[in-house]
Design a protein around this ligand. Sequence first.
Ligand SMILES: Cc1cc2nc3c(=O)[nH]c(=O)nc-3n(C[C@H](O)[C@H](O)[C@H](O)COP(=O)(O)OP(=O)(O)OC[C@H]3O[C@@H](n4cnc5c(N)ncnc54)[C@H](O)[C@@H]3O)c2cc1C
Length: 289
Amino acid sequence: MKNIIIIGSGPAGISASLYTVRAGIETTIISNGESALLKTGKIENYYGFSGTGPELYEAGRRNASRLGVSFIDDEVVSVSSEGKITVTTTGGKYFADAVILATGVSRTGAAIPGTRELEGRGVSFCAVCDGFFYRGRDVAVIGAGAYAKSEASELIPLASSVTVLTNGDRPSAEFDKSVRVLTEKIVKIEGTDRVTGILLEDGTHVDAAGVFIALGTAGAEALAKKIGLLTEKGSIMTNPDMSTNVPGVFAAGDNTPGMLQIAKAVCDGAAAGTSAIKYVRSIKNKEDK
Ligand SMILES: Cc1cc2nc3c(=O)[nH]c(=O)nc-3n(C[C@H](O)[C@H](O)[C@H](O)COP(=O)(O)OP(=O)(O)OC[C@H]3O[C@@H](n4cnc5c(N)ncnc54)[C@H](O)[C@@H]3O)c2cc1C
């Protein structure tokens, strides 16, 4: 039986799942439970609804569950495509014929000065993509949780040293013994043409040729880069049917360009779900021939 994994249980992911599960396709939603809906109070601009964000969120999950969608509560740290699409979480690996990224927009606080200016010139959002460029060199990972741990683990075999900078947060993951963990707040990523290091609030300069951003959980942009999706200003670029440039990978909701609204997320989810069904059926037809 063909299967679809949806990352995210907000309006976009739930909407997509209603289509895929009702088409008879095994549907699993993986989510870490941080939907923008949970931060939303009263909603007055969504069709036929006048409750709060958390009420809509719970109703969405309940309905999808009733129809047969399976839920896994976990944090996704990577997505890759080697034959089947592989979704890696902090707890394991899952394989799918198609994936829908419905991860919402990342609201993990203010960007660290230097991040955008030096992106692609030492600043990276993907250790598995760019780690090789820093073999034998000092690198830093900015983050404090499971995602930062996963990025650091990719870098340990390649880099001469890995420093994790938590930017004032308490580490919430247990890092490998070989990793130096510094909790001081970050002032900026330093460098003009290329990254040279990071300046901390206590005046320490941490040498690093590469800086890997892994704040909070892996957001849409980070996951998109790992699987080679086109992004623009942090949004995943999609075709009108919500397919992306990578076959079998679809995106929907706040992580794609346009309004950051429930109505748009639900519409995108319906389109992504419908397109994913067509895609999965087309690969099944090819296999059956
Ligand atoms: C304060 C506030 C008020 C708002 N008020 C309104 C309003 O009145 N009307 C309106 O229409 N819209 C409102 N919005 C916007 C609305 O909430 C969003 O447009 C909508 O929730 C987007 O849906 P989504 O499914 O794209 O993303 P989200 O609802 O954000 O869901 C994202 C999902 O992805 C999951 N996820 C993300 N990364 C990972 C990962 N690495 N691993 C596992 N899971 C992951 C999250 O757990 C979550 O389930 C408001 C937003 C905010 C913040």
